[in-house]
Design a protein. Structure first.
Length: 164
């Protein structure tokens, strides 16, 4: 196998793996987030983990393919190396995922609190406006009178002057 064939094979595998990741993302899209995200991490680790096939040539191959071929045909002892690579890359991926979750958690909590405060303030303003307009028709008439008028239509071909 020449260097170009090796690079072409990895390129084809990368495209196929990304397609499988896309399908996996679509299949897990309906799930609860705390189940969906770890499943996606596991899928990415399974598809994107390389393992050494021939240490003398520095040749690597997808660990999932090496494991499947060694188990199915019993032709080598690379399966245990591939499984250890899965474990190592899986550990790294889950550590990164946990760091991501720990950073995201307080940010989401603050955003949720701000959203709840904004909704409560909007309800208070709506209740105050309703109370004011229900108190007297004169107040409601004055409020509607002093609201901004809609901007005038621009004359065709003319320039628009700012309102003072």
């Amino acid at each position: 196998m020449t260097e170009n064939d090796y690079t072409l094979a990895w390129g084809l595998y990368a495209v196929a793996a990304l397609g499988c990741l896309l399908v996996g993302f679509k299949l897990t899209g309906w799930m609860w987030r705390w189940l969906r995200e770890p499943l996606r991490v596991i899928l990415a680790v399974l598809l994107l983990t390389p393992t050494v096939v021939d240490p003398a040539k520095d040749a690597v191959a997808p660990a999932i393919a090496i494991t499947a071929l060694d188990v199915a045909f019993k032709v080598g002892n690379n399966a245990w190396r591939a499984v250890s690579d899965f474990a190592m890359y899986g550990l790294f991926a889950f550590i990164l995922y946990i760091v991501f979750v720990l950073i995201r958690w307080p940010l989401e909590k603050r955003a949720r609190e701000r959203r709840e405060q904004a909704e409560a303030a909007a309800k208070r303003r709506a209740a105050e406006d309703e109370q004011v307009t229900s108190d007297s028709p004169l107040v409601a008439e004055r409020r509607s009178r002093y609201r901004d008028d809609p901007p005038p239509a621009a004359p065709a071909g003319g320039r628009v002057e700012p309102r003072l």
